[in-house]
Every structure is written in structure tokens, then in C-alpha cells.
Design a protein around this ligand. Structure first.
Ligand code: PLP
Length: 398
């Protein structure tokens, strides 16, 4: 009877955890009751090392750079959110990106977008080019542009969609067709969409990357990075790099991220609703020249966004007619609820001036070519009351 009950419970467990819907995965995905005291919430294992009975005889944990139970729980949650077999956690989004490029060798080439997050661009060009990895930056809209850059040294297509800050949308499925045909790795930075709105692995990507600092953790209280993937061999290499290079998050940060993830679906729903209303308000404002939000019919990639995303997200950018840099900065200074700050994806609304903030590390010509001009403003629309957010914007236009 004991064996029968055990097998039945095991089958139920497998069934429930395999077929969980997204809104259940955020809370339970990859999680187990902690065996020590049956605590429902994952404990913070604030320890660097673990007692061994005899050399090499341990409970699966030896040293916290290599493994830590709180980090393991977070990695399992990451994998579950993106329908992946493996999740790998890093001490920041950039550390996660760094680990992927460390899979490459001198002479290898990467094709990426010319509208890339400034920190990723800086890491590629200022760190890895020195070690002989070559990067090409192009628009990923046109598959033939991408194809024309592929040669025998090309190893990775690096896509970010939606992009930061121009909110361009690239067709992940179309990129995955070329990457598969040419035996390349397709990496998608899914930070802006979050797994609630888009699952790149389902669309053919090989590795998904997140700055978990943003929507995943969701409360602007942690810096953390995530990779999710299915390939056994690449996962082994990434876990090796995670341990060998040592850019691991501490247990407290893993706990905060796990806690944030539990409300990801509810927060994202409100982020999308509020952003929709802010986008409509700005579109109808006589002083606004252009709004970049993929849910608008006027967005040039609206159809692709509709095809691959289940909603349009909380990030948008806009330009005010004839404003120069000083006027744009003055507008930002007049906002109160939208806090002028780097970062995005937290519960609170933030505003930013990409040209002098997030994208200051990109040379002016490159930056302006991609649309990041001095009059561009980026908003991370939070989950406050929408009337208060609109009033804040109205006041800043006065
Ligand atoms: N990717 C995108 C799209 C980002 O916006 C950021 C940070 O803003 C990063 C990567 C880097 O992540 P982190 O700041 O966690 O290192």
C-alpha cells in the first residue's frame, strides 16, 4: 500500500508539474518543499560552505560558488518559466551575457542588432573584441541582411526583442530558421518582454537571456541575470563557466528574485494595461511627435509583436516635437511619479533619457542612426493607479 501511494503521488506530482499553466509556474514551477523543516518558502541558505562527513561525502553541496540550495531553487524556477530544461543564474544580466560569449573562441563572429542595450554593446566591443571575437551590428528586421553577414566564423545570432530603447520587435521564428540552417546559436535577450509575454525557446531560440533585475525580480531591489536553455552540452559548459568565472548571485538575491517571480503574471498584466493607456494618451497629445509601443497599430512591427507576444509590455519610448536635449531633460525633471532613474521593470514607474543614461556608452553616430536621439524619452510604466500616472505626464507637458 505504501509503494502504491508513493507511486500515485509521484505520478500526480509529475503530471501537475508538467502541465502547469504559466500563472501557476510563477509560484510553483521547479519548486519543492524544503526538506529540512518543510518550510513553504525557499529558505535563504546564507552559507559559503557545507560540512562533509568524509572528503567528498556530502548532501550535494560543497561550496556556494558551485551550488547553493537557494540558487538551485531559483534556477529551477527560471527553467520552468521559459519552458527550458536548464536555468543558470548569474550575479547580473551582463554576467549572464559574458558567460555566453565565453563559449566562443578568438576568430568567432556574432551578428547582433544595431539597437542593442548599451551595456551589452560595451561588453561586446570593449571587452570581447580585445580577445578576438568579432561583432557585427545590423538591423535584424531583414533576414537577408543577417544572411549576408554570415560566414564560416559566425557562431551566434544575438537578438534583443523588444529592443532597448527603440522597442523594435524582431521575428524570432524567422531568425531561428536561418540560425538552424547555418548551425548557429540563436540567443534572445527577453528582458523587455519577460516570459509572461514571450517564450523564445518555443519560437526556436537556443538560449534565452534575462536581466532578472527587471521584470523577473520586479521590485528594483536586486541585480541578477538568467539563462535558460535545453541543450545538455551547452548547459554543462555554462555551469562550468558559472563556477569557473564565479559571477554567481548570493542567496539573499536569489530569494528576492524567487519572491518577485511569484507575482510576475499579476504585475505584467497591470504593466501592459497601464502602458496601453499611457501610449494612447501620448499618441493623442499634440506635443508628441512619435510613440514607440508595439501594441499601437502605428508601430512598424505591430504584426510581428502580435504573432509572437501575448501582450505588448510595459516599456515605451516617445519623442516630443522640436524638443532639444535641454528641453527634454527639463521635461523629465518635471515628472514626479515617474522617477528619473536607470533600469526598468519594477513596480514603480521610471523615466529615462537613453542618450545620456543607458546608451551613453554608444558612439553618437551609432546611437543616432538607431533612433536614440537627444529628444527620446523612455518610460517603464509601473503598476500605480493609471490616473495618477497620466496626471503626472500632463503636468510635465505644461
Ligand atoms: N539586457 C537588457 C535589455 C537590459 O536592459 C539590461 C540592463 O538594463 C541588461 C541586459 C543588463 O542587465 P543587468 O543590468 O542586470 O546587468
Amino acid at each position: 500500500k505504501i509503494i502504491y501511494t508513493f507511486v500515485l503521488e509521484l505520478l500526480c506530482f509529475i503530471l501537475i508539474f508538467r502541465i502547469m499553466k504559466f500563472n501557476t509556474k510563477t509560484i510553483h514551477g521547479g519548486q519543492k518543499i524544503d526538506p529540512a523543516f518543510n518550510s513553504v518558502m525557499q529558505p535563504i541558505y546564507q552559507t559559503s560552505t557545507y560540512a562533509q562527513k568524509s572528503p567528498g561525502v556530502n548532501k550535494g553541496f560543497e561550496y556556494s560558488r558551485t551550488h547553493n540550495p537557494t540558487r538551485t531553487a531559483l534556477q529551477n524556477s527560471f527553467a520552468s518559466l521559459e519552458n527550458a530544461k536548464y536555468g543558470v543564474a548569474f550575479s547580473s544580466g551582463l554576467a549572464a551575457i559574458d558567460a555566453i560569449i565565453k563559449l566562443l573562441s578568438p576568430g568567432d563572429e556574432v551578428i547582433s542588432t544595431n539597437d542593442l542595450y548599451g551595456g551589452t554593446f560595451r561588453l561586446f566591443t570593449k571587452v570581447f573584441e580585445k580577445y578576438g571575437v568579432k561583432f557585427h551590428f545590423t538591423s535584424l528586421h531583414n533576414v537577408s541582411d543577417v544572411e549576408s553577414l554570415i560566414n564560416e566564423n559566425t557562431k551566434v545570432i544575438w537578438a534583443e526583442t523588444p529592443t532597448n530603447p527603440m522597442i523594435n520587435i524582431f521575428d524570432i521564428e524567422a531568425l531561428s530558421i536561418i540560425s538552424k540552417a547555418k548551425n548557429l546559436l540563436l540567443v534572445v535577450d527577453n528582458t523587455f518582454a519577460s516570459p509572461y509575454l514571450q517564450n523564445p525557446i518555443n519560437l526556436g531560440a537556443d538560449i534565452v537571456m534575462h536581466s532578472a533585475t527587471k521584470y523577473l525580480a520586479g521590485h528594483s531591489d536586486v541585480v541578477l541575470g538568467a539563462l535558460m536553455l535545453n541543450d545538455d552540452e551547452i548547459a554543462e559548459k555554462l555551469y562550468f563557466i558559472q563556477n569557473a568565472s564565479g559571477a554567481v548571485p548570493g542567496p539573499q538575491d536569489c530569494f528576492l528574485t524567487l519572491r518577485g517571480i511569484k507575482t510576475l503574471h499579476v504585475r505584467m498584466q497591470r504593466h501592459c494595461e497601464n502602458a496601453h493607456k499611457v501610449a494612447n494618451f501620448l499618441t493623442n497629445h499634440e506635443m508628441v511627435e512619435k510613440v514607440y509601443w508595439p501594441g499601437l497599430d502605428s508601430h512598424k512591427n505591430h504584426d510581428v509583436a502580435k504573432k509572437q507576444m501575448s501582450g505588448f509590455g510595459g516599456m515605451l519610448s516617445f519623442r516630443i516635437k522640436d524638443f532639444n536635449k535641454e528641453q527634454t531633460i527639463k521635461f523629465l525633471e518635471k515628472l514626479h511619479l515617474f522617477t528619473l532613474a536607470e533600469s526598468l521593470g519594477g513596480v514603480e514607474s521610471l523615466c529615462g533619457h537613453p542618450a545620456t543614461m543607458t546608451h551613453a556608452s554608444i558612439p553618437v553616430e551609432e546611437r543616432e542612426k538607431s533612433g536614440v536621439t537627444d529628444s527620446l524619452i523612455r518610460l517603464s510604466v509601473g503598476i500605480e493607479d493609471i490616473d495618477d500616472l497620466i496626471d503626472d505626464l500632463k503636468n510635465a507637458f505644461l
